[in-house]
Ligand binder design. Sequence first.
Ligand SMILES: Cc1cc2nc3c(=O)[nH]c(=O)nc-3n(C[C@H](O)[C@H](O)[C@H](O)COP(=O)(O)O)c2cc1C
Length: 364
Amino acid sequence: MSESPQDPQGKEGISNRKADHIALCADPTEKVAFKGQGTLFSDVRFVHDALPDLHTDEVDTSLELLGKKLKAPVFISAMTGGTEQAAEINKDLAKLANDLGIGFGLGSQRAMLKRPDMAWTFEVRDVAPSVLLLGNIGIVQAREMSTAQVREMAKKIGADALCVHLNPAMELVQPGGDRDFRGGIDTLKRLHHELGIPVVAKETGCGLSFSVAKRIRQIGIEHCDTSGAGGTSWVGVETLRAKGNDKVLGEEYWDWGIPTAASVVFTSKAGLKAIATGGLKTGLDVARAVALGAQAGGLAAAALRAHQQGGVDGARAFLEQVIMSVKTACLLTGSKNLKELQRGKHFVTGDLKDWIAHGDRAAT
Ligand SMILES: Cc1cc2nc3c(=O)[nH]c(=O)nc-3n(C[C@H](O)[C@H](O)[C@H](O)COP(=O)(O)O)c2cc1C
């Protein structure tokens, strides 16, 4: 998500890289998926209620998050901006999110800092005036910017909150990617105290551990996006774009990360309000994430594929299905609302049980 030093104007980064990312992630064969590691959501088992004392109309999947009301605990997670194709994706999906009452995240706004003439590709407020809108910037870029610059960038697109993405694994594989990750927690702390809108600490497919979640919570940040392992492998995306030793390294680390379901448990236990992103494809995945303690589930590549394959109508049908399925999980567990879904309607088995039992012992 950074530009090559050989390309100081950032043109390669803004055009080719963004186009590559969209093409690779939208590919129906899912060639950038994790290979041997899943999200572990299948280890979350709901207990069926054959006697739900509920009418479907009574089931309330709404919630308050980051100062806005959502009709369902669903996000279209950060993806793009910086090209004409990206602009179309952002407008279409942001408008849909607005109509459906779900959240929407923009891709890294670094592209609009490098090329202010492309800022319009991030602007969605005209079609999505009330959507819960998340801006986005990488932590290494944010470290180099003054708070005023970051604030201006977020303000320009009318963001309700700013995702600061953490992505050391993909940067290490990316040709010309960042190598200096120092000062991350200080950057988050500064932005939390000075920015004026909430900061969401967001991973990009490798998940947040209990230890990292605790450090984020300790500096006062309340929200995170787990973006765990099991869905799009961003190490995988950059591996397909890399050559030589970078490619070898990427193949080796393709499946690196904390499964999303485990990361949801860790971040919730640390007291963060989590958006659970990373490999969610269905409303049942979202419901499982909420049962584990997340506020909402985020979908990136699955939403992109629906849009690229079926246009706005295809994306709408897909997202309506996701929302309906969350409601179905509530009804079939006898849960009138999301709070009730979080009250003992499930148990955990398999590898997820191990992650929960042992994963936080790795805390530093
Ligand atoms: C095409 C594409 C571009 C992305 N660009 C960004 C980005 O700029 N910033 C960011 O924080 N995450 C970015 N992501 C990561 C997603 O927000 C998400 O964390 C990750 O893909 C895991 O979710 P998934 O398995 O549903 O795809 C991107 C994802 C996709 C599919």
